[in-house]
Design a protein around this ligand. Structure first.
Ligand code: GDP
Length: 316
């Protein structure tokens, strides 16, 4: 992204719903370069609105379960109801692998063509801090641009999916019908955090779909001690969506915005970690760290002592 960036103008255009500016703002947030940090900060200050009425929904599930097909159909339904819909794909694994599961696959073409939809298909690769330090800011920008529903698709698997659950209002697991082994394929940790489960591909073997639904219902009841709603949908035949949408709407009807305070706290944690990591490997702290490492390697001090000395030096 080339400098200088006129943040006032960018904020104004984003608020007017200009998608090019929105994309530019997101790139700025994802950049994490020193010269972009303060610009990103002032952009957010200009557009941030507490208690913005929007639906933040996270979707997760194993590859091939039909997430992107489902989200596209789900998004199209919402557009039909007159809403503006943003879809963000995040790839928690990209930080580790340096690549993206999404690759260059073109996704959600029909949705992308609609003027009331904004689809951000490829996550930035391997940026510092990963998904969770940038996503909350991206949500804020999308909401400022007037998107009523922000659908976040988690494409990777692992710990970051759980982090995603702390940054959306409703974390939804998409699963596919299967007998018995189905639950085995899903990370147990995720089941602790899901707000809803959707058994997709309900057009395939209806009996199996019902068995899966019952399995999820009882497994979650045992695990969580409460009922977690399980829906069945088919992105192929467009069925089951109305009930699901109704249930999200009823959740948001009396939404308690206090719940979003934890999103802010999680965002700050994530930013702190990413900045800390950045400083450790950048010009600010690296020389100090390198000196201490040398002492450790020379046997002068133990790593424990080095860490204490490092923190003591920050207080000076
Ligand atoms: P993702 O990797 O989870 O995003 O899955 P995709 O959306 O790419 O879908 C994987 C495959 O499942 C594709 O071949 C889709 O056409 C197929 N698929 C998606 N939804 C359905 C559905 O509701 N029914 C059936 N039968 N196939 C589906």
């Amino acid at each position: 992204m080339s400098l200088p960036i006129d943040v006032d103008r960018l904020a104004k255009l984003i608020k007017e719903g200009d998608t090019t500016s929105l994309a530019q703002g997101i790139t700025l947030l994802e950049s994490f370069k020193d010269e972009h940090w303060s610009l990103a900060k002032s952009l957010l200050k200009k557009v941030y609105e507490k208690n913005k009425n929007s639906y933040r929904i996270g979707f997760s599930g194993p590859p091939g379960v039909g997430k992107s097909t489902f989200i596209e159909k789900f998004g199209l339904k919402l557009l039909n109801e007159g809403y503006k819909v943003a879809v963000l794909a995040v790839d928690p694994s990209s930080q580790v692998s340096g690549g993206s599961i999404l690759g260059d696959k073109t996704r959600m073409e029909e949705l992308s063509r609609n003027k009331d939809a904004f689809v951000r298909p490829s996550p930035s690769r391997g940026h510092l801090g990963g998904v969770t330090s940038t996503l909350p800011g991206v949500l804020v920008l999308c909401e400022a641009a007037g998107y009523d529903w922000v659908l976040v698709e988690s494409v990777g698997v692992g710990q970051s999916e759980i982090e995603l659950s702390s940054m959306v209002d409703q974390f939804t697991l998409i699963a596919q019908p299967g007998a018995g082994d189905e639950l085995q394929g899903i990370k147990k940790g995720i089941l602790e955090y899901v707000d809803k489960i959707v058994v997709n591909k309900s057009d395939l073997e209806p009996e199996l779909v019902n068995i899966s639904k019952q399995q999820y219902l009882s497994a979650l009841k045992i695990m969580r001690g409460k009922t977690v709603p399980v829906f069945t949908c088919s992105a192929l035949t467009n069925s089951g969506f109305d009930e699901l949408i109704k249930s999200y709407k009823s959740y948001f009807k009396d939404f308690d915005f206090k719940k979003r305070e934890s999103h802010l706290a999680a965002w700050m944690d994530s930013l702190l970690l990413s900045q800390f990591q950045r400083k450790l490997s950048g010009s600010v702290w690296k020389p100090q760290v390198d000196t201490l490492k040398k002492k450790v390697q020379d046997g002068e001090i133990l790593p424990f002592e080095a860490v204490d000395q490092f923190f003591a030096s920050l207080k000076e």
